[in-house]
Design a protein around this ligand. Structure first.
Ligand SMILES: Cc1ncc(COP(=O)(O)O)c(C=O)c1O
Length: 388
C-alpha cells in the first residue's frame, strides 16, 4: 500500500503542504492575477516579455508559417530553421562559439550534467544550487560534494581533497534563485584554473538581468574562460520557454550526440523559438527594460532594508525576506494575499531549515505605486507579526 493520505497529512501538520493555485495573467497588465485583482511579486518574468507585443507577433507569425507543433525531436525532423537563428543569437549574447537549445532549463541542466560527467568524476556544488543541478549531478553517477554557499575556502578545501587525475566540475548558480545573491565567479574560475577543473554556470536568473545587454554572470564580471560552460533559460527574463547551453563548438556537438533530453524529446514549437529570437533582438537593441527592472529593484530594496527586514545578501531583483519559521512565512504570505498581493512563502526543503521566507521578485512592469503598496503592507503585517 502507498500511504499518500498519511504523507499528505504529515506535510499539512508541518505547514509544508504545497498546492497548485490557478493563475492567469491578465492580458496587457502583467503584474495582476486575473479575477482576484492581485499584484504579482512572484513571477520570474523580470522584463515583462511574456506579454510583449513584439514577441506575441513573432509567435503568431511562426504559427502561421509552421503551425503549432514541431512534430518530432530535433534529430529527426523537428529542427526548425528558427533553432539555428536562435542559437546564433544565444552564442552572441553569451560570447561563446556556439549554443544549443533544450526544451526547458531543467532538461538543459540534467541532460548536460549527466552527459559531461561520469562515474569517478568529482562534482563540487554550491549548497544552494537549483534542484535540476543536483538531479543532473546524481544522474551521472559522479561523486557529488556540496560546499557551503559561496564559501571559497570550503570549495578550495574540497578541491584539495580531490584524487590525483580526477576530473572535477564546479557547479554553481549565477544568481541564486532563493537568495538573490550572485556567485563569486572570478574566484571560482581562479580555483578552477589552479585545480584544473571545469565550471558549470546556471544562469537561469541572470540571463537578461545582469551583465551587458543581459549577458549574464560572466558578462557581469567581464570574464570569459575556456573552462566555463554556461547554461540559461528562455523562460524567465526572456519571457517564454526553453533552456540552453552556451560553450565551445565541440561541447555543443558532443551534447547533440550525448544529451538524452536533447535526443529523446519533441522539439520546441516554432512559436516558442520565434518569441525567444524576438526577445534576444529586443534586449540586444535596447536596454530600457533591463534598466527599468533595476530601478524597481533598487527602489524596493532601499525601502525594505530601511524597514529592517532580513534580506540576506540579495543583490538582484530576487529579494528574500527571511522569517525563519514556516508557519510565520505562510501566515505572512496569506495576509498579503488578502490585501491583493501575491508574494509566495518559500519553505524547506526548497530552502534550508529555519530559513522560511517570503520571496519577492521585481519586474520592469511594476510601477513605483505597486512597490509602495507592497512595502506599506509588508511594514504593517511585519509589525503585527513582530518581525520588525
Ligand atoms: C536556477 C534555476 N535553474 C534552472 C531552472 C529550470 O529552468 P526552467 O524553468 O526553464 O526549466 C530554474 C527554474 O526554476 C532555476 O531557478
Amino acid at each position: 500500500m502507498y500511504h499518500y493520505k498519511e504523507m499528505l497529512s504529515h506535510l499539512a501538520e508541518n505547514r509544508l503542504l504545497r498546492s497548485l493555485q490557478q493563475s492567469q495573467l491578465e492580458p496587457g497588465h502583467l503584474p495582476h492575477l486575473k479575477g482576484k485583482g492581485l499584484l504579482l511579486f512572484s513571477s520570474n518574468n523580470y522584463l515583462g516579455l511574456s506579454h510583449h507585443p513584439l514577441l506575441k507577433n513573432a509567435a503568431i507569425e511562426a504559427i502561421n508559417a509552421w503551425g503549432i507543433g514541431s512534430g518530432a525531436s530535433r534529430l529527426v525532423c523537428g529542427n526548425n530553421i528558427l533553432y539555428t537563428r536562435l542559437e546564433e543569437k544565444l552564442a552572441r549574447l553569451k560570447q561563446t562559439e556556439a549554443a544549443l537549445v533544450f526544451s526547458t532549463g531543467y532538461l538543459a541542466n540534467t541532460g548536460t550534467l549527466a552527459a559531461i560527467t561520469k562515474k569517478g568524476d568529482l562534482i563540487l556544488a554550491d549548497r544552494l544550487n537549483h534542484a535540476s543541478l543536483i538531479e543532473g549531478s546524481r544522474l551521472s553517477g559522479a561523486t557529488l560534494r556540496v560546499y557551503r554557499h559561496r564559501d571559497m575556502t570550503h570549495l578550495q578545501t574540497l578541491l584539495s581533497k580531490s584524487k590525483k587525475g580526477q576530473r572535477i566540475f564546479i557547479v554553481t548558480d549565477g544568481i541564486f534563485s532563493m537568495d538573490g545573491d550572485i556567485a563569486p565567479l572570478p574566484d571560482i574560475i581562479q580555483l578552477a584554473e589552479r585545480f584544473d577543473a571545469m565550471v558549470y554556470l546556471d544562469d537561469a536568473h541572470a540571463t537578461g538581468v545582469i551583465g551587458e545587454n543581459g549577458g549574464g554572470t560572466a558578462s557581469h564580471y567581464n570574464l570569459s574562460s575556456p573552462r566555463l560552460i554556461q547554461m540559461g533559460t528562455l523562460s524567465k527574463a526572456l519571457g517564454g520557454l526553453g533552456g540552453f547551453i552556451a560553450g565551445s563548438h565541440d561541447l555543443i556537438q558532443y551534447l547533440i550526440n550525448n544529451a538524452r533530453p536533447l535526443i529523446y524529446t519533441t522539439a520546441l514549437p516554432p512559436a516558442t523559438l520565434a518569441a525567444a529570437i524576438s526577445a534576444l533582438d529586443l534586449i540586444h537593441q535596447d536596454t530600457a527594460l533591463i534598466e527599468r527592472l533595476w530601478e524597481n529593484r533598487d527602489y524596493f530594496y532601499q525601502k525594505i532594508t530601511a524597514l529592517g527586514f532580513n534580506t540576506l545578501e540579495s543583490e538582484t531583483p530576487i529579494v528574500p525576506i527571511v522569517l525563519g519559521d514556516s508557519q510565520k512565512a505562510l501566515i505572512f504570505s496569506e495576509r498579503l494575499l488578502k490585501e491583493g498581493l501575491h508574494v509566495p512563502a518559500i519553505r524547506p526543503p526548497t530552502v534550508p531549515q529555519k530559513t522560511a521566507r517570503l520571496r519577492v521578485t521585481l519586474s520592469a512592469t511594476h510601477t513605483k505605486a505597486h512597490i509602495d503598496t507592497l512595502t506599506d503592507h509588508l511594514k504593517k503585517i511585519g509589525q503585527t507579526l513582530g518581525v520588525i
